[in-house]
Ligand binder design. Structure first.
Ligand code: OSB
Ligand code: MG
Length: 371
C-alpha cells in the first residue's frame, strides 16, 4: 500500500452539555480529521482528538496541527507498507505528540482493514460483538444538577457512571449519587488534581468506603510513587490514565503497583498499535483495562469501539453514543448505544462513513498534500 494523498480538516462541534473537569470547562471541541488516500484511491480516516489547551496533556490543537503538517504528513506521503506498524515506523524519531500520531495511526488502520475487507475490530483481533459503554459526567454547579445528569444517563440505559472530582467536589457528590443509586457501577476521575498530602489521604479514605470500581488518576501524571503509596492503603483499585503515555510507563505502573486498572486511550498512547500492545501487556499481567475517551467525534470513537472489542477490555468503556456528546456527528450512521451497549461494526474499516461534504464545509482550516 502507498499513501499518495493526505488531507487534514480542523473541524468543530458544540457539546450538547458543557463539561467541566478539575482543570477547566468546555462547551465545544475542535479536532483534526485525517484522510489518507492510497494509490488505488482507497481512503482511511483518523482523528486527532487533542484538547484545545494543554491541561490534560502537553499537546494542543495548534501543536498537533504543526506536528502533523511539518513531520507526520511528510513521513507518510509516498511511504509503502503492508501493515500499519510499518507506516508508524516512519515517525519513530518524533518524540511525544501522541495525539497527533494517533490520528495518522487510526487512518492507517482504517485504510488497512478496509483494503482487506475486514472490520477494524477483526483486524485488531477483537472478539466481542458489542461493548458495554459507560458515561463520564463533569463537575456540575450543584449536587442537584449532578443528580439530574446521572438520572438522565441511567434512564438512557448506561449502567456505569464516572464522576469527575476535584478538591472540594469529591466525597459529597459520591455520597449523593451512591445513596440514590446503591448498585450503580460508579467510579471517579480526578485528572491528577490532588496533591500528595494528609488532607488528600483523608479524602481518599472516605472515597474508599463507597464501593467505587476505581479511583482514576488522583495525582499528577508523572508521580508514580505517590500512586503506589496510595494504592497500598486503599482497597479501591487506582486506575491510571494521564500517567501512561507509552509502554515504559505501563511497566513502571506494573512494577511499582501504582495502579490495578489501566485506562487505555488510543490518543494518549499514540495510536492503535501501541494501544493494542498496552492491552496485551496488561492482559499478561492480570490488569483489567477499559477504553477511555477524549470526547471524540465519530471517527475516533469508532476506533475506540473497535479497540474495546479486544478480550481484556473487561470494564465498561467511555464510548457512549454520539447523542451523549453531539447533536450531529461527523459520521453516518452516528455511534448508537442501546441500553448502554454499543454494537461493534462488522462492515469494513471503522464501519462508519465520514460525511466529507459536511466536514469540508465546516472546517476552519484544511491542508491537502499529494505525493
Ligand atoms: O480523563 O477521561 C478523561 C474527557 C476529556 C479529557 C479527559 C477525560 C475525558 C473524559 C470524557 O472523561 C470521556 C468521554 O469521551 O466520554
Ligand atoms: Mg481520565
Amino acid at each position: 500500500m502507498r499513501i499518495d494523498r493526505v488531507r487534514l480538516f480542523e473541524a468543530s462541534l458544540p457539546l450538547v452539555h458543557s463539561f467541566e473537569t478539575s482543570s477547566h470547562r468546555k462547551s465545544g471541541l475542535t479536532h483534526v480529521l485525517v484522510e489518507a488516500t492510497d494509490a488505488d484511491g482507497r481512503v482511511g480516516w483518523g482523528e486527532i482528538a487533542s484538547p484545545a489547551d494543554p491541561f490534560y496533556g502537553p499537546e494542543t490543537t495548534a501543536t498537533a496541527w504543526t506536528i502533523a503538517e511539518r513531520y507526520l504528513v511528510p513521513a507518510v506521503i509516498g511511504s509503502v507498507w503492508d501493515v500499519p506498524e510499518q507506516l508508524e515506523e516512519g515517525w519513530h524519531r518524533i518524540r511525544g505528540h501522541e495525539f497527533a500520531k494517533a490520528g495518522f495511526s487510526i487512518a492507517a488502520w482504517d485504510l488497512y482493514s478496509r483494503s482487506a475487507a475486514r472490520s477494524l475490530s477483526n483486524a485488531l483481533g477483537g472478539t466481542r460483538a458489542d461493548v458495554v459503554a459507560g458515561v463520564s459526567l463533569g463537575i456540575e454547579p450543584t449536587l442537584d444538577h449532578l443528580l439530574v445528569q446521572v438520572a438522565r444517563q441511567v434512564e438512557a440505559g448506561y449502567a456505569r457512571v464516572k464522576l469527575k472530582v476535584a478538591p472540594g467536589w469529591d466525597v459529597e457528590p459520591v455520597r449523593a449519587v451512591r445513596s440514590a443509586y446503591p448498585d450503580l457501577d460508579l467510579h471517579v476521575d480526578a485528572n491528577g488534581a490532588y496533591a500528595d498530602t494528609a488532607d488528600t489521604s483523608a479524602v481518599m479514605r472516605k472515597l474508599d468506603a463507597h464501593g467505587l470500581t476505581m479511583i482514576e488518576q488522583p495525582y499528577a501524571p508523572r508521580d508514580f510513587v505517590a500512586h503506589a503509596r496510595l494504592q497500598a492503603t486503599l482497597s479501591t483499585p487506582i486506575c491510571l490514565d494521564e500517567s501512561i503515555v507509552d509502554l515504559a510507563d505501563l511497566q513502571t505502573m506494573l512494577t511499582l503497583d501504582a495502579g490495578r486498572i489501566l485506562n487505555i486511550k488510543v490518543s494518549r498512547m499514540g495510536g492503535l498499535t501501541a494501544a493494542r500492545r498496552a492491552h496485551d501487556i496488561a492482559h499478561s499481567a492480570g490488569v483489567p483495562v477499559w477504553c477511555g475517551g477524549m470526547h471524540e467525534f465519530g471517527v475516533g470513537r469508532a476506533a475506540n469501539v473497535a479497540l474495546s472489542s479486544l478480550p481484556n477490555f473487561t470494564l465498561p468503556s467511555d464510548v457512549s453514543g454520539s447523542d451523549k456528546y453531539y447533536a450531529r456527528d461527523v459520521v453516518v450512521p452516528p455511534i448508537l448505544a442501546h441500553g448502554g451497549v454499543v454494537p461493534v461494526p462488522t462492515a469494513p474499516g471503522l464501519g462508519h462513513e465520514v460525511d466529507v461534504d459536511w466536514v469540508r464545509e465546516n472546517s476552519a482550516r484544511t491542508l491537502d498534500t499529494m505525493a
